[in-house]
Design a protein around this ligand. Structure first.
Ligand code: EPU
Length: 417
């Protein structure tokens, strides 16, 4: 079992370069299957979720070549096989294969996807999209058998702006007959990245990044190229690290607009932050003002930064409030923060953070990816040593987190025991 050990209180100085976005890359890789030629994806992050998708690609018969950050996928020998449950369960994004294979072959058999255990995470909206386009969905326990005589474009009105359901509906609609309109679509930048990739292959998608997306079906998709956008959640996590213990910490290779909901909160808290075209500089400050935050779909405050942000709010004067509106079980980091010295009260979907409080290193558990990131941040701030267990969750989504933090002065190691 791998653990992360941090001796806290070290000042972070220097530059952290942000990698390609996990939540874009994990959609772009399965989306590549729709190409009838060769798909090239650049700026792929080196994280274990990509390794898990790579295994699925190769299981299906795709030839995958990795050249540094570039992934070249040739699917000339692709087969529509049932992906074993053990592979599908490794991550949420496995269900993008469900829609890509359905879009390509009009038939797919697949198991319920995995992912961090942060709430129920149903896939009813994805299935709603499939059915609207003419597919029949048979559910046998954890398994889905999905068939379509023909996929025909339709209007799909999502009950909530789900990122997964928006991307899955696009993947099924690109080769369907006629026009599909997704209403109440999610607006996350990762969706724009996927739509641009598919358009590069020859798809006809417009409106990605807005709540109404139109897809005119095409019969064939050729070679495709995509560059994964910078990871706004990784960027946000390191920006928070800078606000906690930074001394002019530079976070580079970012799209500042993508983290505007975070940087505007930091400004409200009095955190010194200078924003440039594709980088920013952030430092810690002695006194931070309390804030109220509510997680929302993009461009609102991202749920994926809610747990990392909690660590910072511990240092604010007064009671800050954080409301989680997306997931019902995303406060599993809180008991560990309280053990480390925080005073946080959970009340249903809200937490109240009474500060300022000092943190002391303890042995804690990364229950999920972003809870793990929150605890790494707490360990960087705390006095003494923090040991984080179950760090496989963290390695799923943060490329070279140990190296990136060590480079800027953190005392952090990965221990394998
Ligand atoms: N929802 C439904 N039915 C559905 C789909 C979603 O009820 O059919 C609900 C979910 O239960 C959840 C909410 O709607 O409460 C949002 O779900 P969404 O579908 O938008 O999320 P997702 O596609 O499963 C992606 C990211 C998550 C990120 C969310 C929101 C990937 C692989 N995952 O999940 O990332 O939190 O969008 O931005 O792209 C993470 O990186 O730590 C992570 C969990």
């Amino acid at each position: 079992m791998k653990k992360i050990k941090i001796n806290g209180g070290k000042e972070l100085k220097g530059t952290i370069k942000i990698s390609g976005a996990k939540n874009s890359a994990v959609a772009l890789v399965p989306a590549s299957l729709l190409s009838d030629g060769i798909a090239t994806i650049d700026n792929i992050p080196n994280i274990s979720d990509i390794g898990a998708l790579n295994e699925i690609l190769e299981f299906l018969g795709a030839k995958v070549t990795r050249e540094n950050d570039k992934m070249i996928i040739d699917q000339s020998n692709l087969q529509n096989k049932e992906i074993p449950e053990s592979k599908a369960k490794k991550l949420r994004a496995s269900y993008y294969f469900m829609s890509a294979l359905l879009g390509k072959y009009k038939h797919v058999e697949m198991y319920f996807p995995g992912g961090c255990s942060i709430g129920a995470r149903p896939i009813d909206q994805t299935l709603k999209g499939f059915r609207a386009l003419g597919a029949e969905v048979i559910e046998e326990g954890n398994k889905f058998i999905i068939n379509a005589k023909e996929l025909i474009g339709n209007e799909v009105s999502l009950d909530m702006p789900s990122v997964g359901a928006t991307i899955n509906t696009i993947l099924v609609a690109v080769k369907a007959k006629g026009t599909t309109t997704i209403l109440n679509a999610a607006k996350e930048p990762e969706i724009v990245n996927v739509a641009t990739f598919l358009n590069n292959m020859g798809a006809k998608i417009s409106g990605a990044g807005t709540s109404e997306i139109t897809i005119k079906g095409v019969s064939k998709l050729g070679d495709g190229f995509a560059e994964v956008i910078p990871d706004r959640i990784e960027a946000g996590t390191y920006v928070i690290a800078g606000a906690l213990v930074g001394n002019k910490l530079k976070i580079e290779n970012i799209i500042p607009d993508h983290i505007e909901s975070l940087t505007s909160k930091l400004k409200e808290m009095n955190v010194p932050i200078e924003i440039y075209d594709d980088y920013l500089i952030v430092s810690k400050v002695d006194k931070m003002k309390k804030v109220t935050i509510k997680t929302l779909g993009y461009p609102g405050f991202p749920t994926d930064l809610q747990q990392p942000m909690t660590t910072l709010l511990i240092g604010c004067s007064g009671t800050s409030t954080l409301e989680e509106t997306i997931y019902e079980n995303r406060f599993q980091n809180v008991p560990f923060l309280n053990e480390m010295g925080a005073d946080i009260i959970i009340d249903k979907r809200k937490i109240y953070i009474n500060g300022p409080k000092e943190l002391i290193g303890k042995e804690v558990i990364a229950t999920d990816l972003r809870a793990g990131a929150c605890l790494v941040l707490a360990g960087l701030k705390a006095s003494g040593t923090t040991i984080i267990k179950d760090v496989e969750h963290i390695l799923r989504g943060y490329e070279n987190i140990i190296g990136k933090l060590t480079n800027v002065g953190a005392d952090i190691v990965l221990v394998d025991e």
